[in-house]
Design a protein around this ligand. Structure first.
Ligand SMILES: Cc1cc2nc3c(=O)[nH]c(=O)nc-3n(C[C@H](O)[C@H](O)[C@H](O)COP(=O)(O)OP(=O)(O)OC[C@H]3O[C@@H](n4cnc5c(N)ncnc54)[C@H](O)[C@@H]3O)c2cc1C
Ligand code: FES
Length: 377
């Protein structure tokens, strides 16, 4: 049976027929990982010796040049012989078991012209870290990723779904989903979660339904550290698209260290709020946030532009955490939410070579931020 040796771990691990990642995790090794399906790059590793075969993966996450240079994705790599690897990921994921279970929809609410809030009651409490997501399957539609907006430990799961016209799951949620429906929940997934070991300032940048993971992170952080500095930028198109404002204001009134700024991309007249695009607004403020951990969520173009602004400012990659809402296109595989390698931004994977951030491709954000603007609602 091939043996796996990991540079950062003292003992070799038996691999059997499993992947490098599965073998490591089942032996209790805290191997960095995220999607487990070759799409996020969190498990990217250097193959120091031996040989592996690689199952399907996203070639934007692990480029052919990297593969030739000896890099592998541990979640897709099956050893043929004894192998020695070194993981690249700087931060180790929370290692919660992934479960699949049924859940009942207990509330469906239109909270803005484009966003619906769902509450679902799973068979048993889903363990997750604030900022993570689950895959939801409605009837026989393909599973889609949605981030939890509730805090870990709360029984009812809260999701915010931005309704994409013509989207398979969006249309179902918009038109057919009813209270009492049974759905399937699988999770948790994702690396853009609140780090338990970190207690510094937090800056959250949420575009539209990206407010969901931001809310979970904010409430969780403030519950354990009520005096922690937390700053939220919530970007929406116009006044009509703002939601959950009073809830956030209540939180801000209890925690003077928590600030909410709602940013309107198309105010449509005089406003007291900040107006503009999130990347530009954030760029103007970055000097105040240099020591913060940045969590960003929402449309991929927005996440890309915001991440670039933060990174260009000289803020370390380790301070940036994001799971962009990469859209799943017409994928009907029913299992994973992102199966279209061509949709990722190659330039962006260079910016974040460890693949901490996955990006949608095609529309490069132009200088005026047009595509960011379009994506915000
Ligand atoms: C890690 C992760 C977390 C996510 N969390 C959330 C969340 O909390 N809330 C949320 O609302 N969504 C979230 N998403 C996105 C979500 O998983 C779905 O991709 C989204 O709801 C669209 O699914 P659909 O089936 O309705 O559309 P699909 O049938 O997949 O798409 C239909 C068509 O619309 C296009 N399209 C889809 N999205 C867009 C877009 N943004 N702009 C322009 N065209 C688009 C597609 O390219 C396709 O042609 C998340 C995605 C990921 C990867
Ligand atoms: S965990 Fe391997 S690519 Fe995401």
């Amino acid at each position: 049976m091939p043996k796996l040796t990991i540079r950062q771990w003292p003992l070799p691990v038996e691999t059997g027929r499993s992947t490098v990642l599965d073998a490591a995790l089942s032996s209790g090794v805290p191997f960095p990982h995220g999607c487990r399906t070759g799409e996020c790059g969190s498990c990217k590793s250097l193959l120091l010796s031996g040989d592996v075969s690689m199952a399907n993966y996203d070639h934007e996450v692990l480029t052919d040049a990297e593969r030739s240079a000896g890099f592998i994705l541990a979640c897709r790599a099956k050893p043929h012989c004894d192998v020695h690897v070194s993981w690249l990921g700087g931060s180790v994921s929370v290692d919660l078991p992934t479960v699949r279970m049924s859940a009942q929809v207990t509330n469906v609410e239109q909270v803005s012209p484009t966003v619906k809030r769902l509450y679902v009651w799973p068979q048993k409490t889903l363990q997750f870290a604030a900022g993570q997501f689950a895959r939801l399957r409605f009837q026989n539609l393909p599973a889609r990723a949605y981030s939890m907006a509730n805090m870990p430990g709360e029984e009812a799961l809260e999701f915010h779904v931005r309704l994409i016209p013509g989207g398979a799951v969006s249309d179902h949620i918009a038109e057919e989903l009813n209270v009492g429906d049974t759905i399937e929940v699988e999770g948790p997934f994702g690396n853009a979660h609140l780090r338990p070991e970190d207690n510094g300032p937090l800056v959250l940048i949420a575009g539209s339904s990206g407010l969901a993971p931001a809310k979970s992170i904010i409430r969780t952080a403030l519950r354990s550290q009520p005096d922690r500095y937390v700053h939220l930028y919530f970007g929406v198109r116009s006044e009509a698209h703002i939601y959950d404002e009073s809830e956030l204001q209540v939180l801000a009134s209890r925690h003077q260290n928590f600030t909410v700024e709602t940013v309107l991309s198309e105010p449509g007249g005089q406003t007291d709020r900040r107006a503009g695009l999130l990347p530009n607004i954030l760029a103007a403020d970055l000097a105040h946030h240099t020591t913060a951990q940045f969590y960003m969520a929402g449309p991929p173009e927005m996440v890309e532009a915001v991440s670039k602004v933060v990174s260009d400012f000289g803020i370390s990659r380790d301070q940036i955490h994001a799971d962009p809402f990469h859209t799943s296109g017409n994928s009907d595989d029913g299992e994973t939410q992102t199966k279209q390698p061509g949709r990722f931004l190659s330039g962006f994977s260079k910016l974040f070579p460890l693949g901490r951030i996955r990006q949608k491709s095609k529309k490069q954000t132009d200088k005026e931020g047009k595509s960011v603007h379009e994506a915000a609602e």
